[in-house]
Design a binder for this molecule. Structure first.
Ligand code: LLP
Length: 427
């Protein structure tokens, strides 16, 4: 993993001693490397934005969104994709340029649409006809014309966990290609006066190591562009190809460089457009996990160690399901190291148990570790994406703090929740 080193017995991340960080901020603790995020954004600029004309990149905020993250993404020159009123509110409060924001969602509420319209969100990705009418009437009431894309279900199965596969025919997202729905939707968008249809969006799925789903979806979409030009006279100006680029969690994962996906997307668009005689639209990508996933780790402190002779050793940590629901939800696996025992041999097999009142709250089965003691610090790697953003207060456990590390310095960006925070809204 980039940005990590071992000095003495200890595990360093982003130039910081994680054992010291655990002491300074307490655990569980999310540690995010700004250097790593910036490196990834640089790769986006060099291998996609600067390499191909008329392209845009937006960071998928659902992976990890805080005020400080918005500021970093703004400095790095990317836009942000948001999926709720809360995420819109976050980008507004961060002072993020709203024209660079794209608003997604399969059932946006009227309040969320109003917030987006009032704050001039750059693009709204309309998921269905109901939403088109709702958005048009809200925009009319505010005297605005909103730029939109239609989200299309490309009918592509991606090889990933079914909960994070989104492009297949039977999906809650997007307008299906079957029947005449899309023709009707485009005609309606052209007819009504307070939206301007710019093009289409698709997202095939997440944590992908293979570009074939993107290639298939692009082919389907360029054909749709051609059909819609011929059938309803609509010229596509923008094509948003979503995110989904996979990262490294454990041995066996085979992440690819960004250009493995983006070159394939661009070349397919160029070839298909020239086949149909279409001009190439602006192309947008929306990576989330790929930007921030490997930029984060979680630190825990070991408490109880329970040995069931001949069966299993359960090692209890001070976090679990509330800060990492991915293990239970997707059976997600992580690389784990003992931050203060990096020099020791791994001769023991243990199971890392979360602290929730729930047997399913296991963070890792059958992990090889050195001999463990209460007070040791465990590091779960690749927890930058979909951990803090998916955290809950189950069992009334306060959410951990988030710190940012950068070239050996550390700073708090989200305070640890307190018990008072947990009761703040209770009457
Ligand atoms: N664009 C759209 C429209 C999306 O729905 C998503 C992810 C992305 C972009 C970014 O995808 P990424 O580049 O991060 O793969 N909670 C799950 C992941 C859900 C992803 C949902 N949509 C997990 O923890 O694995």
């Amino acid at each position: 993993m980039k940005g990590t080193e071992i000095i003495g017995n200890n595990f360093y991340f982003g130039g910081c001693d994680t054992v010291k960080l655990a002491k300074k901020y307490g655990t569980p603790l999310y540690v995010i490397s700004e250097d790593y995020i910036c490196e990834r954004c640089k790769e986006v600029r060099e291998d996609f934005l600067n390499k191909y004309e008329n392209t845009r990149a937006v960071y998928a905020g659902k992976a990890f969104l805080t005020l400080e993250m918005c500021r970093i993404i703004e400095r790095e020159g990317l836009g942000i994709d948001v999926v709720s009123g809360g995420e819109i509110y976050t980008v507004i409060k961060a002072g993020f340029p709203m024209e660079k924001v794209i608003f997604h969602g399969n059932n946006k509420t009227i309040d969320e649409i109003e917030l987006a319209v009032k704050n001039n969100v750059g693009r709204i990705v309309v998921d269905n006809l109901y939403e088109l009418d709702l958005l048009n009437s809200v925009a009319q009431a505010h005297g605005k014309k909103m730029k939109i894309l239609f989200r299309i279900t490309p009918g592509v199965d991606s090889h990933t966990h079914k909960y994070i596969s989104t492009g297949q025919v039977d999906s809650k997202f997007g307008i299906p290609l079957k029947g005449n729905i899309i023709n009707e939707a485009i005609k309606r968008a052209i007819d009504v006066s307070n939206v301007e249809l710019m093009g289409f969006h698709f997202h095939v799925g997440s944590q992908l190591f293979d570009n074939s789903s993107h290639i298939k979806a692009v082919k389907t979409l360029v054909k749709l562009m051609n059909d819609m030009k011929e059938e309803v006279g609509f010229i596509t100006k923008e094509l948003n190809t979503g995110g989904g680029f996979g990262i490294y969690y454990v041995k066996g994962d085979t992440p690819k460089p960004l250009n493995y996906f983006t070159d394939a997307i661009m070349h397919t668009i160029q070839d298909e457009c020239s086949k149909y005689g279409l001009s190439i639209p602006q192309v947008i990508i929306e990576p989330g996990r790929w930007i921030v996933g490997e930029a984060g780790i979680t630190l825990y402190t070991i408490g109880s160690i329970k040995k069931i002779p001949g069966v299993r050793v359960y090692v209890g940590v001070d976090g679990g399901f509330p800060d990492n629901p991915r293990s239970a939800l997707y059976d997600a696996k992580y690389e784990v190291v003992v931050a203060n025992k990096m020099d020791k041999e791994k001769n023991n097999l243990v199971t890392i148990a979360g602290k929730c009142c729930e047997s399913g709250d296991i963070l890792r089965y059958d992990l090889k570790v050195p001999s463990l003691d209460t007070g040791d610090i465990l590091v779960f790697k690749s927890t930058g994406a979909y951990h803090y953003s998916m955290a809950s207060n189950y069992n009334k456990i306060p959410r951990p703090a988030v710190i940012m590390v950068k070239k050996g310095t550390d700073r708090l960006i989200v305070k640890r929740e307190t018990y008072e925070d947990l009761l703040r809204n209770e009457l």
